[in-house]
Design a protein around this ligand. Sequence first.
Ligand code: NAP
Length: 483
Amino acid sequence: MSLEFGDRLMFVGGEFVAAETGEWMDSVNPATEEVHGRVPAASPADIDRAVQAAAAAQPEWAAKSVFERGNLLRALAAQIRARADQVLPLEAADTGNTIASLGNDITLAAGYIDMMAGLGIELKGETVPATGQNIHFTLRQPYGVVGRIVPFNHPFLFAGAHLAAPLMAGNSVVLKSPDQSPLSGSVMGEICRDVLPPGVINIVSGQGPVAGDAIVRHPLVQRIGFTGSVPTGMRIQRSAAEVGIKHLSLELGGKNPLIAFPDADPAAITKAAVAGMNFAWSGQSCGSTSRLMLHESIYDEVVSGIVEHVGAIKLGDPRDPASEMGPVNSAGHYQHVTNMIAVGKADGATLLTGGERPAGESFAKGYWVRPTVFGDVTMDMRIGREEVFGPVLSILKWRERDEVLAMANATEFGLTAGVWTNDIGTAMGMARELETGLVWINGGGRHFLGTGFSGWKNSGLGREECLEELLSYTQSKSVHIML
Ligand code: NAP
């Protein structure tokens, strides 16, 4: 039987290749449960081949000037924009994210690459007046081969954006696509083939504990950038530590509070709370503001507005531009999300809307969950503390400022937070005391390239989307010229 998207090969050393073992993994359309494509299941031998190709290409790549590398990266960004029509239907079908929202992934990926291309000249060292007689300076040099491992929620965006800093810094890259949504990795491979020298970028597919682990443990991969869950981040730290001293950055999960003070406009909070849940991606975003903390004085008004808005979200085929929400990404993730909904009910939260499969023939198959809102959530409930990474909003009520601050900080996560108030003192105090890598005041959801994105506590290690990320893909060296 021919599959809609066929067999999608890995991109290694400038060629499209299958796994040496001939093994394949199915990719399933989450809206229909049909297998719609296959990718090779890379073994450690395939990973070695990719790393060796990257290592062979890296010296010549690093020898180019930052302007040459920057120009090639800008060409890559232009090609990503130009191929949007090719990638969007495939990405919508493979992830379940709505096609209407996915245009933003193209814009962000290309913008991210352009930003890193522009920052190239900042890869500079320092001269240091350590003595009066000699010359002392520092150099920033690439690591060599960088391993990048990305999650299922925005695979094309992450494949594009996460190539940018390591490449600009003069490294070559081996990137692993997620096994639930691997198909767009091959489109990124085609784009790279047309723009970059062979071997500079290598895109592999395969299971995390096999192919991902082989990247982490490979002796030529000294720098790893990972985006995914906390448990996998911890596993990667353990694997890396077993084989050597590796440099890691980890962008992990979140349970992000959106905090509304009594002076906040209930209509604006309602809108921000619904937008912040990223229902167009079924809530599957690390930055989703999945804990809404409402002051008791506005609780009832905001809750009823949210229930009305969320109840009106139009579920449908992710490839239909009119759809506002698709299915969750995979069978395994559907199990997790529906289990967490059951846990929320059992723990005594009030189910306000959703919590079940939508009715109708078109939702009989697929991993569909209606957008779900729980009220009366408290921090001793699992849906108050744990990441669902799905279309499930938990609403909590509070009375005192110190109480809500303590609630907001009482999780293992520290990714983002939103604070809604017009009182500058309250806003600044909260911004300082929230234990997160990012705080929005009277906002939410948006990333601002250049300003940095990072998790505190178990949400991560290292900082992305800014100059710090670019520099983190270099190692520095002191040079002393004795005169
Ligand atoms: P995941 O299960 O941790 O997987 C992420 C990636 O790691 C996948 O490519 C996976 O491969 C691979 N992997 C799994 N086990 C591995 C191992 N032992 N060694 C090396 N690689 C391994 O995460 P996910 O379920 O795809 O994504 C959801 C999570 O990502 C959420 O927690 C979300 O908050 C987080 N996230 C964070 C950010 C951020 O910027 N902070 C952004 C997006 C998502 P397989 O797919 O083959 O298992």
